[in-house]
Ligand binder design. Sequence first.
Ligand code: GLU
Length: 279
Amino acid sequence: MSVVTRFAPSPTGYLHLGHAYAALVAFGIARERGGRFLLRMEDIDRGRCRAEFADAIEDDLSWLGIAWDGGVRRQSEHLDDYRAALARLEAMALIYPCFCTRADIKAELAAAVSAPHGPAGPLYPGTCRGLPESERAARIRQGLAYALRLDVAKAQAMTGPLFWEDEIEGPVEAASTLHGDVVLARKDAPTSYHLAVTVDDALQGVTLVTRGEDLFAATDIHRLLQALLGYPTPRYRHHKLLADAAGKRFAKRDQAVTLRGLRAIGKTPAEVRAMAGFA
Ligand code: GLU
């Protein structure tokens, strides 16, 4: 089976050198191994994503010499796919509505004797997990906004231990319960990063997920969702994050290192590829 990789940026700004590195890793592996390279816009955050950034991403990638196979998948056009996955998890009694605001969660954590932390910060304390059905229904009738959370402990008890394979780290056991009950549908969108990325990688037939090591721990949750939804498990390659000469990671706020900015000061695509470590 030939490899299928992807680059999945969120169009919330212009691409910088760190993105160029990530895209070149995925593109390079697909080309070296005779596989396919896909482009996906992770644009479910309607408040932060803009069409002009999505257009600029395609333009910048083409300028850099990166060509993707097939059309671009835009998450905002596939909300029904995420709804269908949620419905399956709901039928398994694994998700529950969470009415908490950020302030509620903060107050609850502050009042707790000990607030356990996971890879992405303090864990959701489970406030809404045990709400009686009648209370849930009443709050929904009142029109209170809610997110949908995964009951991770229950889900893990259902699947048993899970593993995934990282091309750099080797076999990894998915430590899903370290994350608490993650959000699968946000108050403002019928999905979340975790759900959309897992559904899309499966529907697009991605066999090798390459992405930055900052998302290493998130794979625990993606592996759990794959098991629950009966999806195949891709291989992973969590690569280093590109840093500048001072050792600082590139971030969207550093205008100077956007691909646009480099292009504007006359850098060639070959020079920019070299700056990202690709000769
Ligand atoms: N959309 C994510 C980002 O821009 C990447 C998601 C992924 O590669 O899994 O950081």
